[in-house]
Structures are given as C-alpha cells and as structure tokens.
Design a protein around this ligand. Structure first.
Ligand SMILES: Cc1ncc(COP(=O)(O)O)c(C=O)c1O
Length: 388
C-alpha cells in the first residue's frame, strides 16, 4: 500500500477480521453452504417492520436528539427493568447507538487513556481487541476454558489484573462459545472488580438467548453499579441486524462523555429505525420467545449430532453458536476450515479468528434453518470419515 508510512500505524497493523477473510474466499465459490454468519435467519416481525414503514410514510425522517428518541430510551429502560431487574433512567442513563458496534467503540474511547489495560476473556467477538487498540488501550487476554464451561473464573481474572487495568470486557452469553455467567458466577468476580475499581463493560447482546434459567446482568450488583457499562441492541433478540440500533446503559457521567463522541461522529441513530425499535422493545416480548424456542431446538439438535459424528461439543448455555473441538482430526483450525470449504463446500469459522485461545476449535452458527444444519452435518460427517 502506498500510504503505509503515512497512515495511523495502529490502524495499519490491525488484522482484518478472520471471519470476513474466510467468507471472502467462500464467496468466490459456487454452491457453498455456510454456517458462518452470526445473524438470525428470521425476517424482522411484521409489526416492527410496519413501524419503520409508517415512520417513513409520516415523514419522520429528520435527525432525532443525539441521545435518541425519549420514548425509545424509556422503552429500553422499562425493558431492562421488566426482563432483567435492572433499573435505569431513560433521560440520564441511556444513549441509542448505531448497533451494539458503535456502543462498543464509543464506550472504549470514552474510558480508555493511552496504555490502559483491558482484560479480554478469549475466545472473544472479533471487534473488541481491534477497538481496544484503536482506542489506545492494551489488550490483556485471559483464556476461557472448556472445562470451566467458558466462564470467567476469579482465579483467572486475578492473574491478569495489574495497576494499569481499567476495564474487563464481559460478553455472556458469549460469541463464539455460548458461555454464560450466572448470579453465583458473577458473585465470585464482583468483589475483585470492586477492590480494583475496574469497569465492567458488559455486552449483553445475546441476553435473550439464555437457554437454562434467566440471563443475569452484572448490573444487578449494586456495589459496583457505577462502573458497570451495559452494551446491548436489537440485532439478535428481534432479528433486526440491518436496522443498526443498539444502546448503552450506564452511570450518567459516563453517558455524558460517550455522548460527546456520539454527537460529533454519528449525530443520532437512523430515525425510522428508532421508531421500529420502540415497537420492538414495547411489544416484542412474544417475538423474542418464538425465536428463542426455535434456536433452542436447533441447539439441542446440532450439539447431539456433532457429538454423534465425533466432534466433541460442549452444550452452550446461550447465544446461537457451538464451538466444537476438532482435536480428533489433528488439524489446525484454519487448515480444517480451508479443507472443509475446498472438499465439502461447507464454510465454518476457524476458532483462532476469536483469538489464539480458539485454536483447536471451530465456530458453527446455528442461526440457519434445520435443513441447512442437517446438510452441514452430513458434509461434516463425510469429511471426518477421511480425517479422523
Ligand atoms: C458479541 C457481539 N457484540 C456486538 C455485536 C454487534 O452487533 P450489532 O452492531 O449488530 O448490534 C455482535 C455481532 O455479531 C456480537 O456478536
């Protein structure tokens, strides 16, 4: 590239997403079946789409206030109170963002000073490490282990805390492992976060896909509440990925600072989509339930089938991903995925796209129809006959 020396060197050295890299290859081949993308396969429920259409029809197509429509912020806070027992005030504690993605970016840019360390439990969603670095922070990985059900343990957390630790990223239910943290699990790490004044940046985008019991938000722990920053959005729970609506819930002082970045870079989330989100958050509980039941059925099926064909797969407690071990093939995860794509026309994501801790695993999304999942299983079975 001709501008190598001139551009921002942090950006220059950030690796492109391992997921995208792989799907660019898949896109060049014909007839590829993909279980790679983390996007619900349902069409957004009609009553939600209708609100976006109405908003456009009525000419509600102007900027909203920077924080987002007051009715939406109130709806979001009511939703958190109703579903997760966490109370926030829509006027003070909420900003509507362009997806959870923008929320991650502006939260990290707000809290990080140059050189601050951020503890990142890995394997982790691909955006965190890149955004931490672009915000001037340093990523400190802590490996989540299958034998701990991919939970963050107090022992593991303690080992990576230093004087420079500013925040920990919590993503439970998690992408790519499907791991969750219960109230008791959080109870063990909360005193450590409190003692070291660490911000808990909790990305709860898969909260509604918690299969056993209810999702627990770390914000229920009042003793650290001031330093809890919730990131969430409409993409996964309501199948609204393309609407690009997310939000931050946090202490009002954090919100005020995040707002500065948001107002200068984004101005506001898309107006018709905010109206659709109001409908989702106020009247979408039944849609969540329907999609949840379907995902749970697919999870049960795919885990049983993967174990049957010989890929040892932990039963994920949340999200819509499984993370099987490919140890029986003796291959590295990239080699496994490349051969699978080449020989069976099946695209999965290599585990190391989510950090080095993901080596030896692949991520399979089951946000696909049962027919596609069945076809993928038969392809995998055929592949394993050759390589186990
Ligand atoms: C853990 C996690 N957080 C955030 C996002 C971003 O979601 P969006 O920007 O669509 O709200 C994703 C998308 O896959 C994700 O997996």
């Amino acid at each position: 590239m001709i501008f190598d020396e001139e551009i921002n060197q942090t950006v220059r050295y950030i690796k492109p997403s391992g997921i995208r890299k792989f799907f660019d290859i898949a896109a060049t081949k014909k007839g590829v079946i993909s279980l790679g993308v983390g996007e619900p396969d349902f069409i957004t429920p009609w009553h939600i789409r209708e609100e976006a259409i109405h908003a456009i029809e009525k000419g509600r197509t102007f900027y909203t206030g920077n924080k987002g429509l007051p009715e939406l912020r109130k709806g979001i806070c009511d939703y958190y109170s109703r579903r997760f027992n966490v109370d926030y005030n829509g006027d003070e504690n909420c900003i509507v963002t362009v997806g959870g993605s923008e929320a991650i970016d502006i939260v990290l840019r707000t809290i990080l000073k140059p050189g601050d360390e951020v503890i990142l439990p890995t394997p982790a969603y691909v955006a965190y490490a890149a955004i931490i670095e672009m915000a001037g922070g340093k990523v400190i990985e802590v490996q989540l282990k299958e034998e701990d059900e991919f939970k963050l343990t107090p022992e593991a957390l303690r080992k990576v805390i230093s004087e420079r630790t500013k925040a920990v990223i919590l993503n439970f239910p998690g992408n790519p492992t499907g791991g969750i943290m219960t109230y008791d699990d959080y109870g063990k790490i909360v005193p450590i976060l409190k003692q070291h004044h660490i911000f808990a940046v909790t990305d709860e985008i898969y909260a509604e896909l918690t299969y056993e019991g209810k999702h627990c938000s770390i914000a229920v722990f009042e003793e650290i509440r001031d330093r809890v920053i919730i990131i969430n959005g409409f993409s996964k729970a309501y199948s609204m990925t393309g609407y690009r609506v997310g939000y931050i819930l946090a202490h009002k002082d954090i919100i005020e600072m995040c707002l500065k970045i948001h107002q200068y870079t984004i101005m506001c989330a898309t107006t018709p989509c905010q109206y659709a989100a109001i409908e989702a958050v106020n009247n979408g509980d039944n849609d969540i339930e329907e999609m949840f039941l379907s995902f749970r059925q697919r999870r049960n099926y795919i885990v049983k089938e993967l174990n049957r064909i010989g890929l040892k797969t932990h039963m994920p407690q949340g999200a819509f991903y499984v993370f099987p071990s490919i140890a029986i093939t003796g291959m590295k995860c990239e080699e496994f995925c490349e051969r699978l794509l080449e020989e069976e026309n099946l695209a999965l994501v290599p585990g190391n796209a989510f950090g080095d801790a993901g080596e030896g695993y692949v991520r399979i999304s089951y946000a696909y129809s049962l027919d596609e999942i069945k076809l993928a299983i038969s392809k995998l079975e055929h592949f394993l006959e050759k390589y186990r």
